[in-house]
Design a protein around this ligand. Sequence first.
Ligand code: G6P
Length: 609
Amino acid sequence: MCGIVGYIGSKRAADIVIDGLKKLEYRGYDSAGVGLIENGKLEIIKKKGRVVNTEESIPKTFNGGVAIGHTRWATHGVPSDNNSHPHRSESIAVVHNGIIENYAVLKKELEEEGILFQSETDTEVIPHLIKSAISHSMSDIHKKKREACYLHAVLMAIKKLKGSYALAILNSDFPDTIVCVKKGSPLVVSKSESSVFVASDVEVASSHGKNVYILEDDEMVLLRSDEVSFFDMNGREKEKDPMEYISNESADGFAGNPHYMLKEIKEIPQAIHETAKSVENCFLKLPKWKLNKLKKIIIVGCGTAYHAGLSAKTILETHTGIPVANEIASEFRYSNPIIDKNTLVILVSQSGETADTIAALDIAKKKKALTLAVVNNATSALAMEADCKITTRAGKEIAVASTKAYNSQLVALYSFALYLSVVLRKINSQKARELKSKIMETTSISRQVIEMGLDKIDKTIIDIFKNEKAVMFLGRGVDYATAAEASLKLKEISYIHCESYPAGELKHGTIALIEEGYLVVAYLTDSLLKDKTLNALYEVKARGAKVFAITNQELPKDAYDYIYHVPSIGIFSPITSIIPMQIISYFTAIAKDYDPDKPRNLAKSVTVE
Ligand code: G6P
């Protein structure tokens, strides 16, 4: 998703901004651009494609110390040089992450004033609105200081916008400033002695200074090389203290691996271990008296995070006796959910910045539900705004396709289920400790599964997948959740059409797709449901399907064509049974010559609706 950077200081701003954009590449993008102040003049360089295209187009003679930059993930208008950011209106350049929902109305009004638009984007209305507001407030110019007048104009323009925005604004009439505004999309400012830096991501921002300011919604900030001033939406200056952010990320890049995805798969054991070890501290901060009154739990998320919630439903229900529903965040936010103060809404998100999940949090809070964020990014909007949080300790995940974050989300959610069942006196602490030690065991078991996978998943196995046009994933109960996540993993990086179905539902329509040679991947790790899933396997085999079974059970030989054994860890098996398909997906993408870290059309963190 779009990424923003900005810099003011004594170094060559172009270098710093390009470096920042490269660090934001993981978010997913299709074009990039930079706006700089060079000898008092605004210069814009923007190109479709990789950041390096923009980098190579910046004249070597541009040595100024002020710049903003952007990676664009197209929403309004195709990826093109013109639609890339920054967008400008004379002396003003803007980069934007978010969506301006009322841009069509605003564009029409501006066009009626005679403004000619250069792009198809929603963003371009913003510089024109600011320019127009500056012109209108010129009559006041004698009463106000010029700069205050400019900030006032920015606020006037912002008040017309509906939607979400993180903005960095450059104005060559105020060449030693950058103005930023935030609503909905993330923005973090960092400050060192002689420079300020702003970025969409705390890790990237903190690489330029450990003192960071995480912007809240409806905040405006004026940046100068030696000063950071915050304002509310009425233009009143406000105090804001920085927080010290020490990254726990090592700067080891790929750590000897060809891709982040493989590196992150290998980090699963550590992610599980760190999460399992630390979640208990998070539980200590949960309000027990509210947990005791719960009548309903809803787990909300998108993509992989949604699947983690699906996987946790059974364990939560069986151990707490509280009904659990799973909701996709983009559906939940408009569903007028029937929830109240006796409902726990768990919001699962790796980034903590997914726009739909944040909107789901807002709805849940408005309806007075208790909200619990399960996030990997402890400084994210979700982590800050939910009533309570559990932090997964997967470490930074860069590959777009989520791997280690999923395994740690399962650890966090399963551990929470045990904690809650003790609070509710459904199981005693001794039993909970025994079960928790099983979760801890998944650290070493995951290590074995990865080692075995990297050894065993060879060309023969990848050949089964790589030439398929479509693959069906089946499972029941928790195995269905694993099948859904496995299906997402394979489709998002290998571009093979994948469907996931609860095995028992297959015969109500989807089995019509099965024909000679169709590949079906089946998960069978739940001994109670194994025989039921086997029925579905016989049904698809009878119609010519090839079955690839992933299981910790003994299966009759005529039920499958290929069998992949995973260890059994009882109800916690999903923590590790997903791993073979994470590895298979990775190597299938490689075999098809696709970049598994940057799949087409996808973004790591979806900060727009
Ligand atoms: C994007 C990513 C997925 C991720 C989903 C939810 O679609 O490509 O990998 O699962 O967003 O992200 P979150 O950060 O909320 O877990």
